[in-house]
Design a protein around this ligand. Structure first.
Ligand SMILES: C[S@@+](CC[C@H](N)C(=O)[O-])C[C@H]1O[C@@H](n2cnc3c(N)ncnc32)[C@H](O)[C@@H]1O
Length: 281
């Protein structure tokens, strides 16, 4: 069966991934169910440990298979599950980063307060992976606009596009209130998280795949940035939310340069003409 880019596929990701050719996707991003008994409408989020891990191993291996040699695999989850994912991915791909996304959650009793989600960043191959550095605006005082850091007295040498983003992300906030989530989806991610990941790992015209699309955040971010997307979602309610949002979204964000090819800084590059991805209809 042929797979088109720029579509949301309703169904089980393991089944649907089988239709995607080897080495055809630039970036896979996965935000799977956390097995924490979240209230999804079509998915039982409480598997046994063995079942959950065996299932995760299958789709992780599939994600590596479909990723191009220059591509990356990004997986978001709580640290506990990422330790198992890393053990699988270490066998099939190459570790680049563990991104700690600072996002406060609830005290769980006699533990340290969980204060970050992780995003595993693996590349398909050890060398030749697409990667663009990301900068974020220098922090300024809300009242007077002055820079908060003095950079060792070298403010005049500050980079005009901001500071280099590290592997600890504190500037992107979770969508806390269920009212702000589409269809009150229990785990919708903020779009800026996906935009940053996509800018970091792709060029305009590349193909981004999300096997757990939920309300469509990855696809919307890809479309906004002039990338192609393929999303898979099991639940028809979320699939419809994602498809409706995509139908009503327009590529390009106000005041946001769409990246192109000619500069090292994704936010200031110009768009180049894009040919449709070779592997897809
Ligand atoms: C953590 S949520 C993803 C949320 C998404 N990142 C967003 O921002 O909306 C996981 C999603 O995976 C879906 N899902 C669960 N099992 C699936 C499967 N086998 N195939 C495809 N989707 C599945 C769930 O319905 C849920 O919407």
């Amino acid at each position: 069966m042929g797979v088109r880019v720029d579509q949301v596929i309703l169904g089980d990701c393991l089944e649907k991934l089988a239709d995607i050719p080897d080495s055809s996707i630039d970036v896979c991003f996965a935000d799977p169910p956390f097995n924490l008994d979240k209230k999804y409408t079509a998915y039982d989020d409480q598997k046994s440990l063995e079942d959950y891990l065996a299932w995760c191993e299958k789709w992780l291996v599939e994600l590596v298979r479909v990723t191009k040699p220059t591509g990356s695999i990004l997986v978001h989850n709580i640290p506990k599950w990422l330790t198992y994912y890393a053990a699988t991915l270490n066998k099939h791909a190459h570790f680049r980063h563990w991104i700690a996304w600072d996002a406060m959650s609830m005290p769980l009793g006699k533990t340290l307060l969980p204060a970050h989600y992780g995003i595993l960043f693996y590349s398909k191959q050890a060398k030749g992976t697409k990667f663009y550095e990301i900068r974020a605006p220098h922090k300024t005082c809300r009242e007077c606009g002055a820079y908060l850091k003095d950079y060792g007295g070298k403010k005049d040498q500050m980079h005009p596009f901001g500071y280099l983003v590290s592997d600890v992300w504190t500037d992107i906030h979770r969508i806390r209130h269920s009212k702000r989530r589409n269809g009150e989806h229990p785990c919708q991610l903020p779009i800026h998280l996906l935009e940053r990941l996509i800018l970091m790992t792709t060029d305009a015209g590349d193909v981004v795949l999300d096997p757990f699309l939920g309300t469509g955040t990855t696809a919307i971010a890809a479309k906004n940035l002039g990338r192609h997307y393929i999303g898979i979602e099991l639940d028809p309610i979320y699939e419809k939310i994602a498809s409706d949002k995509l139908a009503n979204s327009v590529p390009g964000l106000p005041g946001f340069d769409v990246p192109g090819q000619n500069s090292k800084h994704p936010r200031c590059r110009r768009e180049k003409a894009v040919s449709p991805a070779a592997h897809f209809d």
